[in-house]
Design a protein around this ligand. Sequence first.
Ligand code: SF4
Ligand code: SF4
Length: 371
Amino acid sequence: MIQRPIGNTGVTVSALGMGCMRFENPQDIDGSAQTVLRAFERGINYIDTAPFYCEDLSETIVGVALKEIQKTGKPYFVSSKTSQATDADIRERIETSLERLGVDSLDFYHVWWLVRPGELLERKAQGCLDTFRQLKEEGLIRHIAVSTHLDHQDVGEMLDQGEGLFESMLIGLNAANFSLRIQGVQEAARRGMGVMTMNTLGGGLITDYADKFESIKTPADQSVLQAALRFNLSIPEVSVALVGFRNVEDVDSAADAMDGLTLLDRDALERHQQQIIESREDLCTQCNYCRDCPEGVPVIRFMEAYNHYLFEPDEKAKLLEHLTLHWGLPHVREALEACTQCGLCEARCTQHLPILQRFEDLKQVEAVIKG
Ligand code: SF4
Ligand code: SF4
């Protein structure tokens, strides 16, 4: 297993990390813990969990696995998160996380789910960063981290607002959305931070629809899964690529793909990225050239969600859930009706996508689901 340092923390971990948000049967606590244990056996020692994952059972599952992992005496690193802002609320959350995990401190604790520019400032005003600083002084956190879905042009400002506290950043990055994120990754690395990638497999889309992602493979890749891992880990600033394992088989597939994985150098990676962009005709590449909508419509968010819809047209409820929970857009119709159909975004779209037609499709999806 490749080992990588996490920025300037002095911590070195497995480059393949375990994301604990996709257990296939979380009600089976002991069975799900076997997935974590299998990952650890295969050399994966960075374990990322959070409240509310997997019917709010993820931390409990990880806690069961940690009891066994601790007996081995080998190093492991556990991470959790909170999106709370006040001292009382953050302390309540971390106490729950520590209790569920059965540990005295967290290796990494994330200021979680920063989706909108300015959101960190709002939490700061409520004392969020002061509390994180104190938790570290009290020994309940070893390293302070931040988790975000911000676009690359907003990442640097957000990190500056972090008062130098953030030692690591978790950000969604994969072979399908890298255009939007790669500069943000570089911003974090420039500040000496480690970078963890979530959505390494596009939330499972890349491997579930592997035939659609053949273009991410290089001649060296034996599978799309291996290609996705090679892609993220070839970015030199990336410390860990998280993969959400559903079961033991998922662990073995990813660990096998890591065996003997060779990485692309920067020139080869840039050529590969260009080939990927050119090959995806109907997909939004997340380049964000459509960002200056005069009405403030978040075109890129809707087009990213539409990518999922193209692969899973029958999963209409899941599409709306993605917009609501992932992108924080609960009122789809209202947001889309702000569009005056000026055509600016379509004119700028590097993929020449029929954005306005896709807006109509999304409105219909919402009408079907909400009735
Ligand atoms: S067509 Fe609509 S979404 Fe696109 S830029 Fe104009 S107002 Fe914004
Ligand atoms: S310009 Fe087109 S491809 Fe680029 S983010 Fe916008 S919709 Fe997607």
